[in-house]
Write a protein that binds this ligand. Sequence first.
Ligand SMILES: CC(C)(COP(=O)(O)OP(=O)(O)OC[C@H]1O[C@@H](n2cnc3c(N)ncnc32)[C@H](O)[C@@H]1OP(=O)(O)O)[C@@H](O)C(=O)NCCC(=O)NCCS
Length: 149
Amino acid sequence: MSVELREITSETVRAVCSLEVAADQTGFVAPNAVSIAEAHFTPHHWMRAIYANGDPAGFLLTYEDPEEDSFWVWRFMVDAKHQHKGIGRQAMRLLLERWRSLGVTAAALSVIPTNRETIAFYESLGFQLTGEEEGGEPVMRRQLEGSVG
Ligand SMILES: CC(C)(COP(=O)(O)OP(=O)(O)OC[C@H]1O[C@@H](n2cnc3c(N)ncnc32)[C@H](O)[C@@H]1OP(=O)(O)O)[C@@H](O)C(=O)NCCC(=O)NCCS
């Protein structure tokens, strides 16, 4: 499975907006169209479509303020029909490698507490719950020294 993070263009934005999580996951992440709209009003954002074997399969949006210790995963999703194929894991590794290459020392995100499977997914990538909260949601963080597991 070849996974890439590609810039979203006027030709691909509708395909990215049509990607959807499963019905029981809709409370965990905003629709991509909403995320893309919000990003345009937020400084320090970075977003990419996740492509798998050349097709749009997911979306990620980050918040990258150089004044902060951590860069943040703001939105992250893989379309329901593309899940459980390792795409999310490879996409997150690509993002963390990018951050390490930029000299970022920590990655952070917040999760909805009932999203147990995704918490386990992030734990398997080296994130740990910190006890902090952001916007009422528990924060997970990992340092970026060493290997991107
Ligand atoms: C989280 C998410 C991006 C993972 O994408 P993915 O491409 O399915 O992830 P992977 O295939 O790389 O999964 C790696 C492992 O994580 C775990 N995992 C990920 N999603 C899971 C799920 N929905 N149910 C159970 N286990 C899951 C499993 O251990 C999985 O390994 P397995 O498939 O061999 O069981 C995807 O489930 C998703 O879009 N969820 C809804 C949106 C969401 O919650 N986003 C996070 C907001 S903070």
